[in-house]
Write a protein that binds this ligand. Structure first.
Ligand SMILES: [Ca+2]
Ligand SMILES: [Ca+2]
Length: 207
């Protein structure tokens, strides 16, 4: 009988080998990371896939070792650039897969802070619109998709003027104080408006 043969036979080599052969089930991914506009190398990009991690050198090159074989996702992140993930990268045993990536500069989200009525700027009408919303009126009209990062992908992010990353009555209070000469609006830190990173100029008051 087949079952008896198995029982009295040698240990199952297949399972045994898998247990001791873990380290050889890896491959590598290596390549060049550059700016998608100037094609210039980007230094210090954090590259990761599962447990494997690496950083690009001054010339934009990275070498990610000990990546599990199979189709893997490889992620690239850098504070000045939009996060990039390449999915389904084929990693084979003991080989190096070449993966060059271009990253786009993260220059902020395309919206005007406080502009809940979709007019393109922040003024007293946005306060009125906001008060109306909290009484059951129309939702804020933040440009949809201008900021594809949570929580900035929610409908209300443009109404956040006190930097709390949500929109509530405190933003109305803050806005009213601002238009009376109080502190400038503060965007949610995860959703910086375009230009806010490079310039951080005070937003001009519009009454
Ligand atoms: Ca407005
Ligand atoms: Ca808020």
């Amino acid at each position: 009988m087949a079952g008896s043969t198995d029982y009295f036979g040698p240990p199952r080599q297949k399972g045994y080998l898998v247990n001791i052969a873990g380290p050889v089930l890896y491959g590598s991914v290596a390549g060049y990371v550059s700016d998608d506009v100037e094609r210039a190398p980007i230094e210090s990009v954090y590259v990761s896939s599962g447990q494997a991690e690496a950083w690009t050198d001054v010339d934009g090159y990275y070498s990610l070792r000990d990546v599990l074989i199979g189709n893997r996702d490889v992620s690239f992140s850098h504070p000045d650039y939009r996060d990039t993930t390449v999915t389904g990268v084929g990693v084979t045993l003991g080989n190096t897969t070449i993966l060059d990536v271009q990253m786009s500069l993260f220059s902020g989200c395309d919206y005007a802070i406080g502009d809940v009525n979709g007019s393109g700027n922040y003024n007293g009408l946005d306060i009125t619109y906001g008060v109306s919303y909290f009484k059951g009126g129309s939702e804020p009209m933040c440009p949809y998709g201008s900021c594809p990062i949570a929580p900035c992908d929610a409908f209300f992010y443009c109404g956040d003027v006190n930097g709390s990353c949500n929109y509530n009555g405190l933003d109305i209070t803050y806005g009213v104080a601002y238009f009376k000469g109080g502190p400038s609006p503060i965007p949610c830190g995860d959703c910086p408006p375009l230009g806010a990173i490079a310039e951080s100029e005070p937003i001009s008051r519009m009454r």
